[in-house]
Design a protein around this ligand. Structure first.
Ligand SMILES: C/C(=C\CNc1ncnc2c1ncn2[C@@H]1O[C@H](COP(=O)(O)O)[C@@H](O)[C@H]1O)CO
Length: 233
């Protein structure tokens, strides 16, 4: 690929007009590469979660189980391709021979994508990657996480709330972690009038992986998992 200004240079406002155009070309190139790699993939379920959770943590076992159950139900599992709970979900999907996809992000501190993804798509731009998660998914599942997980979660909720995205389940797995977040949305945001009470219906908070699958299957787009995880969209 032709060298182009980095994301850091662009975001810091250190690019000339010509360099900014080169940066825009790199955005287009990244979208095209993702489309070429994922073309034909339908009804994936994206699983988000902390990059920092070690394999001996109970949440890692939960992540493996989440990935496994989604893959067994016939849905391709899409994660950020990184360590922690992303790795756990890819591992669970791979353990039952399901499609296991990683949308890996290039970060200043280089790390290898986790070894449990059968397809790895590299990204430099977080915002391009977030769009690709939505484009190839019919539902989002969030495990406990930090800013990255919250960013991916609220991106989806904003798209749904503003009618850019329809019939798209968002399921938060882990009531001990997500319950207080849902409670904060209900008390602080609804009470302040910054979201509507019915916006809370956009989310399901659960520990029950049967319920997670029921909610996914109830969505029209997710209704019929693709045979082998891959059919033309
Ligand atoms: C393995 C690589 C980089 C390591 N770090 C990450 N890799 C992929 N995705 C990441 C990474 N760090 C954050 N993310 C995204 O945000 C979510 C996790 O962030 P949190 O703050 O830990 O909650 C996660 O869902 C990712 O999509 C090189 O590829």
């Amino acid at each position: 690929m032709i060298p182009h200004p980095t994301e850091e240079q662009f975001l810091a406002g250190r690019t000339s007009a010509d360099e900014s155009r080169e940066w825009v070309d790199s955005v287009e190139h990244e979208f095209e590469h993702a489309f070429a790699t994922l073309n034909g993939l339908r009804s994936g379920v994206s699983v988000f979660g902390s990059a920092r959770i070690a394999p001996d943590h109970p949440w890692y076992a939960l992540g493996v189980e989440v990935g496994r159950r989604i893959a067994e139900a016939g849905y391709p599992v899409i994660t950020g391709g990184g360590p922690g709970l992303m790795q756990a979900a890819n591992r669970g999907a791979a353990s039952v021979g399901g499609r296991s996809i990683g949308l890996a992000i290039e970060l200043p501190r280089e790390e290898e994508p986790n070894p449990y993804a059968d397809t790895v798509v590299p990204f430099e731009h977080f915002f391009v990657r977030k769009t690709v998660f939505v484009r190839y998914s019919c539902a989002f599942v969030a495990l406990p996480g930090g800013f990255g997980t919250l960013d991916e979660l609220f991106e989806a909720l904003t798209l749904i709330q503003t009618d850019k995205l329809h019939d798209f389940p968002v399921i938060l797995v882990g009531t001990a972690f997500w319950g207080p977040v849902a409670e904060w949305l209900r008390t602080t945001l609804v009470d302040a009038g910054t979201i509507s009470p019915h916006d809370l219906d956009l989310l399901t908070v659960t520990d029950d992986l049967d319920e997670m699958l029921r909610v996914i299957r109830a969505c029209v787009e997710c209704h019929t998992p693709p045979p082998g995880g891959v059919v033309p969209r």
